[in-house]
Design a binder for this molecule. Structure first.
Ligand SMILES: Cc1cc2nc3c(=O)[nH]c(=O)nc-3n(C[C@H](O)[C@H](O)[C@H](O)COP(=O)(O)O)c2cc1C
Length: 427
């Protein structure tokens, strides 16, 4: 169990028929954790074990999973819901869809356990429409689980019922935000709602609802089977366990890798990722998806892949989308596509986000066609400063944070890009 590259999530990766129920059951302890839970553990015991494990949500914010489950009011009568957030909308992230490809049953088993812990008898997996293949894998797995008696009524003779459905979103970044997702699942426009009330108290159809990321839920069966202490043997004190990183860019082996949290960035890049492609060098690193502030190569020295190390450097682990920016890439063009994405995906409810992302996008147009004034680069920062912490959800911050970091760390390159133009400053 103490191997250097443990597998908690990708236990069936590469096995023949890796995502079938048979492979999971025969080769990877499939559905034994849920038997253990429904065979005699109380809800409180399950929540306590997950709390003790220190599992942090893998959807981006890193919130403690057991603690979140404990917010669901215990004695409130009426329905409660569990939602698996499989929207995977953060640019650069492709690890949740990989879990669906390798082992969708582990998500289902994690969901049954989580549902039992919070007292929910109904669950949904919410996936963006574009993931047609993965939706097929999930639907097949749900069917297999029903046929095996692992979903439905009176599971394992425990008296606990759990019904699970799959729901496809239309493919919007905002529907990855949990309250936007809930609105979408309710058949409304995918627009976030003000918190509080938090979904744990008033979520889907106004009922207590837990929304957890796919990878978060996929950790749960292993934790129940092996215990919190075993889980904590990997990772750091505040970031225990393993994490999937989807690493992309000019490296030799881009892909999804499971490594312990706290793993050196240099090893992830060179061992798992096969190193930079010949002739290419690292210009910058975006460590946790498009909303994570960029790091320079100097800041990457000694960097480890965990929540604390990223926070110390003023960035985020986010969803674990590691984007390698190489020497060929233009920061101005990268910044433009990043901002354009957020401007396109803003739901428009909040003025600082709707207008701010649009203004940033206009400024970038001026920089790209070299018609902007030199002080427009600094204006990117002043606009961004007025976008953070002022809106219903964090999409506005998700745009503002990387912009401020790019301008702070690469202003010389942005100025040089502008100066390389015709010199006509019409804006
Ligand atoms: C704009 C925006 C987009 C988000 N997209 C996703 C997403 O695609 N997948 C996800 O799991 N969480 C996403 N989140 C975070 C969710 O709101 C929520 O915190 C998460 O699903 C909780 O699960 P966890 O506690 O297991 O991490 C997003 C948040 C914001 C503000």
């Amino acid at each position: 169990m103490s191997e250097a590259k443990p597998k908690i999530i990708l236990r069936t990766e590469g096995f023949p028929d890796q995502r079938s129920i048979k492979t999971y059951v025969d080769k990877a302890e499939g559905y034994t954790a849920v038997r253990k839970v429904l065979g005699g553990l109380s809800r409180e015991q399950v929540i306590e074990e997950v709390k003790q494990s220190g599992l942090r949500g893998r959807g981006g914010a890193g919130f403690l999973t057991g603690l979140k489950w404990s917010f669901v009011p215990k004695d409130m009568p009426g329905p409660k819901y569990l939602i698996c957030n499989n929207d995977e909308s953060e640019p650069g992230t492709f690890k949740d869809r990989y879990i669906c490809t390798v082992n969708p049953h582990q998500i289902i088993e994690g969901m049954i356990i989580a549902a039992y812990a919070i007292g929910a008898n109904k669950g949904y997996i919410y996936t963006r429409w574009e993931f047609q293949e993965e939706i097929g894998y999930l639907e097949t797995a749900i069917k297999e689980a029903y046929e095996a008696g692992f979903l439905g009524k009176n599971l394992f003779g425990s008296g606990f019922d759990f019904e699970l459905d799959h729901y496809s979103g239309a493919g919007a970044y905002i529907c990855g935000e949990e309250t936007g997702l809930i609105s979408s699942l309710e058949g409304k426009k995918g627009q976030p709602k003000v918190k509080p009330p938090f979904p744990a108290v008033s979520g889907y159809l106004g009922r207590p609802t837990i929304v957890n990321n796919t990878e978060t839920l996929a950790n749960v069966p292993w934790i129940i089977n092996h215990g919190a202490k075993a889980f904590r043997q990997w990772g750091t004190e505040k970031s225990p366990g393993t994490k999937l990183f989807s690493i992309s860019g000019a490296l030799n082996k881009p892909g999804v890798y499971e490594v312990p949290l706290g793993y050196p960035f240099a090893s992830l890049l060179n061992d798992e990722g096969g190193g930079m492609q010949a002739g290419r060098s690292l210009k910058a690193l975006i460590p946790g998806g498009a909303s994570a502030p960029v790091l320079t190569p100097t800041e990457c020295e000694g960097l480890t892949m965990d929540y604390e190390a990223m926070a110390q450097r003023g960035t985020m682990l986010g969803s674990g989308a590691v984007m390698i920016i190489d020497d060929r890439q233009s920061i101005a063009e990268l910044l433009k596509v990043t901002i354009e994405f957020f401007a396109h995906e803003s739901c428009g409810q909040c003025t600082p986000c709707r207008e701010g992302t649009g203004w940033l996008n206009n400024i970038m147009d001026g920089i790209l066609d070299r018609s902007a004034k030199p002080d427009n680069i600094e204006r990117l920062r002043t606009v961004s400063r007025n976008m953070g912490g002022k809106t219903i959800c964090a999409l506005s911050d998700a745009c503002a944070m990387p912009v401020m970091a790019f301008v702070q760390k690469f202003s010389d390159e942005l100025q040089a890009y502008l100066a390389a133009g015709s010199g006509s400053h019409s804006k």
